[in-house]
Design a protein around this ligand. Structure first.
Ligand SMILES: [Zn+2]
Length: 249
């Protein structure tokens, strides 16, 4: 029993139990429910979020944010006046990028999308890539697909990005009217034709004179992005930039 005058010491001991208890509780939780890396499935260490440190260093970064004339930007040359365009990672079959995108889209791991958005934001901050952008819009899913999946994977990426850059995010302005069928057997021009009537814009007056950053998960042919961005241009958007978590070419 401590004497009454030692109440500070007594309180200090009591106070110090809290972080110790929290740490033990975290350790117990990680034993019972191990958090796994979205890229390699290894158990995450305390302090690691969603993607382990090894994967963060090992991912195939494109560095597009440092090169304005990159391969994603070239997709839009002659199709659409785009201010800046980039993808953060290369997407290859069997790669960690594929694992991350697969878990994001099909395993309910929305936190992977948010983390990818935060990683893109960190790149943008280094080069001021996002200067002038005042609104972030993700490529929407058709409402049936959204209901089935429960979330839009591109909106998860956009959320991580918007939080880190303190920018507005809107998921209602750009609407998708029809679920896209398998595109793999169609030519690029046919896909573009089919996608033209897929999107529409709500409240076009609110988009006039804005610089919109349009977000997608993976760029393949660019046809979806061109169709969505075209509708935004027709609605009066002044400037469009495009960013994706990965590019598949
Ligand atoms: Zn990993």
């Amino acid at each position: 029993m401590l004497p009454a005058g030692n109440w500070r010491l007594k309180n200090k001991r009591h106070y110090n139990l809290k972080p110790r208890f929290a740490q033990s509780f975290k350790s117990l939780c990680s034993l019972l429910f191990p958090r796994l890396c979205g890229g390699c499935n290894r158990q995450l260490n305390l302090g690691e979020q969603t993607i382990c440190t090894h994967c963060l260093y090992d991912l195939p970064y494109t560095d597009h944010h440092q090169h304005p004339d990159n391969i994603v930007a070239r997709l839009f040359w002659g199709n659409l006046p785009v201010h800046s365009a980039m993808a953060m990672l290369y997407f290859r079959t069997g790669s960690k990028t594929q694992q991350l995108i697969h878990s994001l889209k099909y395993k309910g791991q929305q936190d992977i999308g948010i983390q990818l958005g935060k990683m893109m934001a960190a790149q943008f901050k280094k080069t001021d890539w996002h200067t002038g952008v005042d609104l972030i819009i993700p490529i929407p899913l058709h409402r049936n697909k959204l209901r089935k999946r429960g979330y839009n994977q591109s909106a998860c990426i956009a959320r991580g990005l918007a939080d880190m850059l303190s920018l507005d995010l809107n998921t209602d302005f750009l609407i998708r009217h029809s679920a896209t069928e398998s595109q793999t057997t169609k030519t690029r021009y046919k896909r573009y034709q089919d996608l033209q009537n897929t999107f529409s814009v709500n409240h076009p007056g609110l988009l006039e004179e804005r610089h919109v950053l349009l977000i997608d998960d993976v760029v393949t042919t660019g046809a979806t992005l061109i169709a969505g961005a075209t509708k935004l241009h027709q609605a009066g958007v002044k400037r469009i930039s495009i960013a994706a978590a990965a590019c598949a070419f």
